[in-house]
Ligand binder design. Structure first.
Ligand SMILES: *Cc1c(COP(=O)(O)O)cnc(C)c1O
Length: 423
């Protein structure tokens, strides 16, 4: 990449959540391999982000590359309307098999946000097909993140989401406080009082409760008790409201279980998966629902959604290869090992003056600071340590590829300690 390239980038290209008139500096990456990013100037960074949680097997995994190459030769894409193909069937078979048993019907979409839109449409159509047109709203908790499209944005945290920017345009849903009980905290029924009361007052208006199970990701990197989720499931049954679990960030082993809902032994009516679905190679997501949901909708009509690139064979084929890697079961030991290494490596941050809290669950490590970070200075400082970590707000966090070695994990944690110690 030349200086001209970077100049063009600054002037003409929007990066996520950025300005083209006040651009932030971006890192020119030349190539990826394993757990490493190689920059144009030859610098090699240990990647703590797995490209926003996706590259769980590391970059350029030979099994994923060869699946993609093979599929490219025969059929990179074909429409899914009126047509089917083996990569989609194989993928949906695996998804039905690996998710909790009641989840039986799969809708393939292109991104996490769209999978969330689809889940909301399923919930709305479900109630309309049951002859109930009055239900229009969702109930959720604060500090959630479900994506950047309109339906998804409306259930993101009202403050750190984009509600003020889009006021008057977004649907208004019902919010209760984020779960206050940490992952390991002993259960007390008072933790669920507010949600229960909101259900009690609003259940006849609700199509569903939507939550990220156990880990709230981009809305605050918070971990909460499986008992909370268990109670939510019970209350949904009691009040006759559907439960949508957004496993887009947590799915495929990240929290130590294949799906985070397994921590609580609950099954949603509708589950969204995305991010790590293709091991970080292609964009793909899925919304999987129970037969109660799919059959109720289809007894009266059809499910109304159909993206152009739905069921893209290339993406499906790579996803199959990624799920086959997960099927070896190796991820489980890898994630448990990463959990231990992150605990050891980040523990020392607890003592630092800038730090409010350190928490680790599965292959997720979070150092929460007392004040929001200044990305203009912090990002280059992290790069100088030889690590790729992208903090937001008060959160310096890592979500490494599952294959990261103990040495690289130690290096990653040391880099974070060095940087946070200076704050
Ligand atoms: C990332 C994320 C999404 C949105 O996925 P995109 O692929 O970015 O549209 C939705 N829900 C959760 C929990 C996520 O982490």
């Amino acid at each position: 990449m030349t200086d001209d390239d970077l100049q063009f980038d600054r002037e003409h290209i929007w990066h996520p959540y950025t300005s083209v008139t006040h651009p932030i500096s971006v890192c020119p990456v030349e190539s990826t391999d394993g757990v490493h990013l190689t920059l144009t100037d030859g610098t090699v960074l240990v990647d703590g982000m797995a490209s926003w949680w996706c590259a769980i097997h590391g970059y350029n995994h030979p099994a994923l590359i060869s699946a993609a190459q093979d599929q490219l030769q025969t059929m990179p894409h074909v429409m899914f309307g009126g047509i089917t193909h083996k990569p989609a069937i194989e993928l949906c078979k695996r998804l039905v098999e690996m998710t909790p048993k009641p989840l039986q019907t799969v809708f393939l979409a292109d991104s996490g946000s769209v999978a969330v839109e689809v889940s909301i449409k399923m919930a709305v159509q479900y109630w309309r097909c049951k002859g109930n047109d009055n239900r229009r709203r969702l109930l959720t908790v604060r500090n959630g993140y479900h994506g950047d499209t309109f339906g998804a944005m409306a259930v993101c945290d009202p403050e750190n989401g984009m509600h003020s920017l889009f006021r008057g345009v977004l649907l208004e849903h019902i919010f209760v406080g984020a779960p206050a009980c940490g992952f390991h905290d002993a259960w007390d029924e008072s933790y669920i009082t507010e949600l229960k009361q909101a259900l009690d007052e609003n259940h006849q208006d609700l199509v569903a409760i939507i939550l990220e199970p156990i880990v709230q990701g981009a809305g605050g990197m918070r971990f909460y008790s499986p008992d909370y989720l268990r109670r939510v499931r019970e209350l949904c049954d009691e009040y006759g409201v559907l439960l949508i679990l957004d496993e887009i960030a947590t799915g495929f082993g990240r929290t130590g279980k294949l799906f985070a809902c397994e921590h609580a032994d609950v099954v949603p009516d509708i589950m969204c998966v995305g991010k790590a679905l293709t091991g970080g190679v292609m964009t793909l997501s899925a919304t999987i629902c129970t037969e109660e949901v799919s059959h109720t909708i289809c007894d009266k009509g059809v499910f109304m959604h159909g993206p152009t690139f739905m069921g893209n064979p290339l993406a499906c084929r790579v996803a199959c290869a990624s799920l086959d890697l997960l099927a070896t079961g190796e991820w489980s030991g890898q994630v448990a090992r990463i959990e231990n290494r992150l605990q050891e490596g980040l523990q020392a941050c607890t003592e630092m003056s800038a730090v409010a809290n350190v928490r680790v669950l599965g292959a997720i490590g979070v150092v929460e600071l007392k004040e929001p970070v200044d990305m203009h200075t912090l990002q280059p400082r992290l790069v100088k340590e030889g690590i790729w970590v992208r903090p937001f707000g008060k959160l310096v966090y890592v979500m490494p590829p599952y294959i990261m070695s103990d040495d690289d994990l130690a290096f990653l944690c040391a880099g974070i300690r060095n940087v946070v110690a200076e704050l």
